[in-house]
Design a protein around this ligand. Structure first.
Ligand SMILES: [Fe+2]
Length: 421
């Protein structure tokens, strides 16, 4: 059976849904769609990365204009990636739009070989100026799947997030082979509800085990270099690793909030290694990068984001990396780094809670777990509303289920997340 990925049913018809589920496993193995995207990646106050997948040797362009100021479209040309990590008929193309205005809505349309298609259009809003106090909404997701209702993406889009952070299991190919990974990415990105989010919100991604390699995989995964190359070519993240240290990790700012997207796979000791002082979650170089970044950050809130939970997974998270966990908590505490919040995914349910070892940190250490946006009973996701314009800045965390109900709604002030002298 063949399925036209990009005309995939919205899934409201039970018969079509059953057909889709039956066909999904084979569909991934078949030829992927000729085109997929566009997707908005990293955005700053003056720039935005746009990603598109299209046939090799295409001419790919984009016409961009302010949303409410029609008639002044600028056209930019995409570049195809120089050395595609995956071997498909199409390749990823990216372009960095420049000279944009802060906090401005833009609309765009991608043009492939001179042809403009409404399905290749989208919108986005640029970031506030770096360091500027602002109010904005972050959406957090992880764990996607074909054949389950995708309604939560529509709910998420209805929440009008300023940016979207996704924390892994963005596909479940369970391999380090980029060609197979890309087929899975393309299949899932053709889900209309997910595609709508990718087209209309700046997206930032960190992998977890299933989109990095096999289930619960770690730094020993064979072929991880290929996986990293394929990952970077399929997202619009601002960076990947550092000059001396490979990995998918990077940081970025949104106004005066800084995000540290940490890679809990590439340098990870095996889950079943003895839980002693040799066991690492991030590896020493990435850990030092993180702590130095936190120490030097001028941001009001510093957000650490990773696929791995602090305590909820008994066999694949920080819970069984005691030395690494305590080293992280103690570094925040000893350096008196205020306003640190942790985001994670992985466990196919969502919650927000305070870690019982917060004494090491020096203030309530909040973990927002958002998992199973399309791969769980609850189909949940999280939003975090930042408001740094107030004298005491705040974050409001909500957990939204697929029924549209908010199952958590909690607010913390920066003064709550600050060391008391
Ligand atoms: Fe998952």
């Amino acid at each position: 059976m063949s399925i036209d990925y990009c005309n995939f049913s919205r899934g409201r018809n039970a018969i079509l849904m059953a057909l889709a589920i039956t066909a999904s496993a084979t569909a991934v193995a078949q030829d992927p769609p000729a085109t997929c995207g566009p997707m908005v990646g990293h955005a700053t106050e003056t720039s935005a990365i746009i990603w598109m997948y299209a046939p090799k040797d295409s001419t790919v362009e984009i016409a961009v204009e302010e949303d409410f100021n029609s008639g002044k479209a600028l056209v930019y040309a995409f570049d195809s990636v120089a050395e595609p990590a995956g071997d498909l008929r199409g390749v990823p193309y990216t372009v960095t739009l420049s000279k944009l205005k802060p906090l401005t809505n833009y609309k765009y349309r991608v043009i492939i070989n001179g042809k403009s298609d409404a399905a290749h259009g989208g919108t986005f809003r640029t970031a506030p100026s770096a360091g500027q106090a602002s109010k904005f909404r972050l959406a957090v997701t992880s764990c996607m799947k074909f054949g389950q209702p995708q309604k939560s993406w529509e709910l998420l889009l209805g929440d009008k997030p300023d940016l979207h952070v996704t924390l892994g299991d963005t596909q479940y190919s369970d391999t380090t082979n980029p060609t197979i990974q890309w087929k899975h990415h393309l299949r899932y990105r053709s889900v209309p509800e997910f595609s709508a989010v990718l087209r209309s919100t700046p997206n930032y991604a960190m992998w977890d085990d299933h989109d990095y390699g096999p289930n619960n995989s770690d730094g020993s995964a064979a072929g991880k270099e290929n996986s990293l190359a394929g990952w970077n070519q399929f997202w619009g993240n601002p960076a990947s690793g550092t000059v001396g240290t490979p990995g998918a990790f990077f940081k970025f700012s949104w106004g005066d909030v800084e995000f540290f997207m940490v890679d809990g796979r590439y340098h990870r000791s095996p889950d079943n290694a003895p839980d002693d002082d040799k066991k690492r979650m991030l590896g020493d170089a990435q850990f030092n990068w993180l702590i130095n970044g936190l120490k030097n950050s001028k941001a009001k809130f510093k957000v650490i984001a990773s696929g791995s939970t602090l305590a909820d997974s008994k066999n694949d998270g920080w819970r069984i990396y005691t030395f690494a966990r305590h080293r992280l908590f103690d570094a925040i505490g000893k350096n008196k780094i205020s306003g640190v919040v942790y985001l994670s995914g992985d466990i196919h349910r969502s919650r927000v809670w305070t870690h019982p070892e917060s004494d090491r940190v020096g203030y309530p250490f909040i973990e927002v777990i958002s998992s199973g946006v399309a791969n769980s009973k609850t189909l949940s996701y999280a939003t975090v509303d930042f408001d740094t314009t107030k004298s005491d800045p705040s974050i409001q965390v909500r957990i939204i289920h697929g029924d549209g109900e908010a199952h958590a709604d909690k607010t913390w002030k920066l003064s709550d997340l600050t060391h008391k002298e």
